[in-house]
Design a protein around this ligand. Sequence first.
Ligand SMILES: [Fe+2]
Length: 265
Amino acid sequence: MDSVARCIEMGATDHLPKPFEPVLLHARINASLATKRLHEQQELSHKQMEEYSRQLESRVLEQTKQLRESYESLRRTQEETVFALSSLVEIRDPYTAGHQKHVSQLACAIASEMGLPENQIEGIRVAGILHDIGKVCVPAEILSKPGRISEIEFAVISTHPQVGYDILKTVEFPWPIAQIVFQHHEKLDGTGYPIGASSDKILLEAKILSVADVVEAIAYHRPYRPALGTATAMEEVSKKSGVHFQPEAVAACMAVFQEKDFVFE
Ligand SMILES: [Fe+2]
């Protein structure tokens, strides 16, 4: 191996034979300087890219944090608004105070037992808390009347799903809350109210809410009778399974009480 090849092998990047030829020497020096400048520029660009990437990453993190905070704040506002709306009807009707919260809890437990997705359960929770909001338009003396109510009084009470729908229809929830509230007294066989919708027209959420609503109403104290307990409530609802109530929701409700030891909070 000659000396030039050995030098290249040992790490030399170029070779200039002696005696030096001035023109060649000048050209090689210029070439070396150009290569050095190129390396320096590449290094600078690399550093700038790294810095830009760091800034970008920190901006994305900051904006994600702000978005998360805005989302949390919106969610809290929505939650507080839902509870404020819910308390409107309960302030006027102490007998049903806590009813909407109870119905919401039981409906969520039924939905969970049926294996519904989290987001749908969340919609049921909100609809449950608000389902009787339309009772704000029913005189308090009818709502808390001890003893049987007249036909006219029942007609007044039966407006509450429509009133609830009208109150909620312009609120942009991520779930069909107004529609669920509108349908919570509908029955599978079309004998419910306000429109007597049949099974295939009733939302699953409303079917679940309807079971929870009736179970809670029978189980707890009402102005016109004492509390009857969950066993009696389940017995009553089971008799109407497939007629008024969706069988899957009734079965899930049964499982919630018998296997999951559900209790109203
Ligand atoms: Fe209702």
